[in-house]
Design a protein around this ligand. Structure first.
Ligand SMILES: *[C@@H]1O[C@H](CO)[C@@H](O)[C@H](O)[C@H]1NC(C)=O
Ligand SMILES: *[C@@H]1O[C@H](CO)[C@@H](O)[C@H](O)[C@H]1NC(C)=O
Ligand SMILES: *[C@@H]1O[C@H](CO)[C@@H](O)[C@H](O)[C@H]1NC(C)=O
Length: 509
């Protein structure tokens, strides 16, 4: 693989579909350099201002960073036990609660170092191990850590405060910065930049091998993969890679029980086609807009089919054709926040995630985390994002049926007010998926997802497959509905998300 693809489209943020960022751009400018200029504006929509475009540091001297304090647990992992001061009460019931940050030197790369956090469960070491992946592609998982489901949040004066609904309350929780070049992950070589799910899933699989070697106490725990947005691509690929590694006895057996996708992009062919239906139903466009915009669906469909499951040159063409559908909707809908249609983008900001960047850029914080002081935090990387554009329109649904047939659980959930990776497109691909339980899943009745005596969502389930639409939430469900999201994780990982109504669902496996 040579140079990264020509970068026509814009870098995205925590997001799913790149079209989002093109909202102010007339179609005639597609493929023009002016698109690139707007990328900075778009990152500014989230109030992020990374100093660097990507953490590729030519001729970086790694040996200068090995800090005396770092505990070298094994050759590939350098990990540090954190001692952060956190306001409030953790509510921990385990003795000796430990939290770690570390670097994994990724096998089979020139020089890639993957940064991660590992937060032991506040409840029990026997809780499942859950890994979280933020999308972009190219955005750091610390976005979720500090704004969604991590153990703590940031106060206005950049202090840490315990999050009462952190997913570490019911799981041993890992956040990784990936693909290489994102967040605190870095390399000294361009060759370690990833272009597809093969590269991404191998890096993650090798990381898990090293992680469990360093933390053998957790090898037998249940293991779940979770994430959001563009992770709707990463997650199925990563789950399939873990399954393949297990089958081929490549290394440590990983006790993969399930994978969960939140407001993801998994089957673009179906999801792009659903935009106009969602927009019409939510009154973002009129019936005549709907008819007009829908005329673009056939071209989107044909090119997406050609891109298919392998990823060929038509994938960029498909992205371009399909993106037009989304852009047209945004041109009509105006200044809405496409992650949450209840909201407007105010001034130049749709969200403000700047506290995370300010916090992680402090030298004292980097020292506490074992990050070399000369490594910058790259909240979202244009370069990492653009390098993945050929992967965008690929259909990642294809690998899922084989996993379901083995009883590996899939939870697809979506906040109902997200436009960009909306619940309708997600439900449609999940319904359309061909597997032995398809008919029973499609016909399954909707059941209330009840949290604290109130309906927090609507779900359906058959066997290992569950779909959940979450009420009063946009793209980032754990941020908007933290109580419901934590409850969802807890029920799902304990096999109880399916038993809301007795007798309706068969038990797992
Ligand atoms: C890299 O850093 C180590 C430790 O600080 C130092 O001994 C070595 O000379 C450095 N190498 C280069 C090429 O600068
Ligand atoms: C920061 O703000 C919190 C309240 O959000 C307060 O408890 C704490 O004392 C403040 N810390 C400093 C250093 O001002
Ligand atoms: C189940 O709920 C979804 C929306 O969450 C709806 O589109 C679908 O029609 C419902 N199915 C049935 C059988 O009522």
């Amino acid at each position: 693989m040579g140079a990264p693809h020509i970068l026509h489209l814009i870098p995205l943020i925590l997001v799913c579909i790149s079209s989002s960022f093109a909202r102010t751009i007339p179609s005639s400018f597609h493929h023009s350099k002016s698109l690139r200029k707007t990328s900075h504006q778009l990152i500014k929509d989230l109030n992020l201002h990374p100093n660097l475009d990507v953490n590729i540091l030519k001729s970086y001297n790694h040996s200068s960073y090995i800090d005396q304090e770092l505990k070298v647990t094994q050759s590939e992992i350098v990990e540090k036990r954190l001692s952060l001061s956190v306001l409030g009460d953790s509510g921990a019931t385990v003795h000796d609660l430990a939290q770690h940050a570390g670097y994994y030197r990724i096998q089979h790369t020139v020089d890639a170092r993957m940064f991660y956090f590992f937060f032991e469960s506040r409840k029990s070491k026997a809780d499942p191990v859950v890994i979280w992946l933020t999308g972009g592609p190219g955005c750091s998982s610390e976005l979720a850590l500090f704004y969604e489901n991590g153990p703590f949040k940031l106060t206005n004066n950049l202090s840490l405060i315990w999050n009462d609904y952190g997913w570490d309350k019911v799981s041993n929780l890992i956040f990784v910065d990936q693909p290489t070049g994102t967040g605190f992950s870095y390399s000294s070589s361009d060759e370690d930049i990833r272009h597809d799910e093969t590269g991404v899933s191998n890096d993650l699989y090798f990381f898990l091998q090293a992680f469990f070697k360093a933390h053998p106490d957790y090898v037998n725990n249940d293991f779940y993969i979770t994430g959001e947005s563009y992770a709707g691509h990463y997650i199925p690929a990563f789950a399939a890679r873990v399954n393949e590694g297990n089958k081929n006895k490549e290394g440590i057996h990983i006790n993969l029980k399930g994978f969960g996708i939140g407001n993801g992009i998994t089957d673009p062919g179906i999801q792009y086609k659903s935009y106009t239906d969602y927009a019409l139903a939510n009154k973002l466009i009129s019936q005549s807009d709907y008819t007009r915009i829908n005329r673009q669906i056939p071209e989107c469909e044909v090119t997406t089919k050609e891109c298919g499951t392998t990823g060929t040159t038509t994938c960029i063409q498909a992205l371009d054709a399909c993106q037009q559908i989304f852009d047209d909707i945004l041109n009509i809908a105006g200044n809405i926040n496409y992650y949450d249609i209840r909201k407007q983008c105010e001034g130049s900001l749709c969200y403000d995630f700047s506290k995370m960047e300010n916090f992680l850029s402090q030298t004292s914080v980097k020292t506490a985390l074992g990050v070399p002081s000369d490594i910058d935090f790259v909240s979202c990387s244009d370069t990492v994002h653009n390098a993945m554009l050929n992967d965008w329109m690929r259909d990642l649904e294809v690998g899922i049926p084989a996993l379901l047939e083995q009883g590996i659980e899939l939870l697809v959930y979506a906040g109902e007010y997200d436009l960009i990776c909306n619940w309708l497109g997600n439900l449609r691909w999940v319904d359309a998926m061909v597997w032995s339980g398809q008919k029973r899943f499609v016909e399954a009745s909707n059941v209330s997802f009840v949290v604290g005596g109130k309906e927090a969502g609507v779900m359906k389930n058959y066997g290992p497959l569950t779909f959940l639409k979450v009420h009063n939430a946009g793209h980032m469900v754990p941020m908007d509905q933290p109580v419901a999201a934590l409850h969802m994780l807890q029920l799902w990982t304990s096999g109880k998300l399916t038993t809301t109504r007795k007798g309706v669902f068969s038990s797992h496996n």
